[in-house]
Design a protein around this ligand. Structure first.
Ligand code: HEM
Length: 315
């Protein structure tokens, strides 16, 4: 039997209700992020190429290197989920070069290139539908087809998520910002961009035989061993959108032939403890970069703050 539809909360209540819905689906894990619960922090240096200087005055994209704090994560909300089983992996980078207002620029990216929802309302509806199917004992496979039937715009993201392979290393896979951002130059001209972190290492996934012996946190162990030998590197690439490319729809991909520029190189040198209260806010762009009118992007700021408040209270 299908559960009766819940009334949509007011815009002010929507972020907290969405975080509640994640908890209703995945459980509450005190003191943990409500998504991407398990992760590992590392530090390194980001050296800009200077290529972006004609498009933005952003200080971290001129010529001077910035120290970087990186958090790699698995997407699951339950920190006990094995690395093999959390579908997407995350790479969140905070550059330690604050702008004039003290904002440290952040780029949050994942191994999927599109998102499942276009609006916060549709995200909440999906969470509730997934929760109801889980409560009714619907299998994970049937939940996926149930969601596909009800949320056709999510088809590409759900297909990508269901086909993602476990990476051989956090440092061997590309990560996408999904959302578009605007580079703003000295004349106020805006260039839409989407970011991608391209690994220096060859793109590599776990061979089938190794999946049988991979430990719960094999990605963390692999990164620790890797960094004891050599730094792990990524190039930060920006695809340059045309004025007609969508900037308000995180379920939509841009054409693959958009020109790109390499913005700089990140060299990750060592693991580090997570600073208390770390919040990787994807809307913290710093001067010279602005957020686009993507409703999911601005909503994330509020949802992440609620998750942070709860985990800092130990609930
Ligand atoms: C409706 C949309 C979304 C919601 C409600 C949501 C929710 C959350 C929450 C609650 C957290 C934990 C925040 C914290 O406690 O610090 C989180 C973390 C994260 N999310 Fe999302 N998310 C959304 C969309 C996305 C998208 C589109 C991406 C793709 C880039 C993404 C990537 C991540 C990553 C990588 C983290 C971990 C950040 C870290 O390491 O601190 N999320 N998300």
């Amino acid at each position: 039997m299908t559960a009766p539809k819940e009334p949509m909360p007011s815009p002010a209540e929507l972020p907290a209700r969405s975080v509640d819905a994640i908890e209703e689906l995945a459980g509450t894990h005190p003191g943990q992020r409500r998504a991407h619960a398990r992760g590992i922090c590392a530090r390194g240096v980001f050296t800009p190429s200077g290529e972006a200087a004609r498009l933005t005055g952003a200080a971290h994209l001129q010529r001077e290197p910035s120290e970087a704090l990186v958090r790699f994560s698995g997407s699951a909300s339950d920190p006990a989920t094995k690395d093999l089983l959390s579908p997407a992996k995350g790479m969140a980078v905070q550059l330690q070069r604050p702008d004039a207002a003290g904002v440290k620029p952040v780029i949050v990216a994942v191994t999927a290139s599109v998102f499942v929802a276009r609006t916060p309302e549709s995200f909440l509806e999906m969470m509730l539908a997934a929760r109801d199917m889980a409560r009714e004992g619907v299998s994970v496979k049937d939940r996926l087809s149930g969601l596909l039937g009800r949320f056709p715009h999510a088809a590409e993201a759900l297909t990508i998520l269901s086909e993602l392979k476990p990476p051989a290393s956090f440092a061997s896979v590309p990560y996408h910002s999904i959302h578009a951002f605007y580079f703003v130059d000295g004349q106020g001209r805006k260039q839409p961009v989407k970011y991608e972190w391209i690994p220096d290492a060859e793109e590599a996934y776990l061979p089938l035989l190794k999946t049988a012996v991979a430990g719960k946190d094999y990605l963390e162990e692999e990164l620790r061993e890797r960094l004891e030998k050599l730094p792990a590197g990524f190039t930060l690439r920006a695809a340059l959108g045309e004025p007609w490319d969508p900037v308000d729809d995180s379920t939509a991909r841009w054409p693959a032939d958009r020109p790109t520029i390499d913005l700089g190189h990140l060299s990750i040198t060592e693991l580090t403890d997570e600073p208390a209260g770390l919040l990787m806010d994807p809307t913290a762009t710093g001067d010279g970069i602005e957020i686009t009118p993507d409703p999911i992007l601005s909503f994330r700021r509020e949802a992440y703050a609620i998750s942070q408040e709860r985990r800092m209270k130990g609930i």
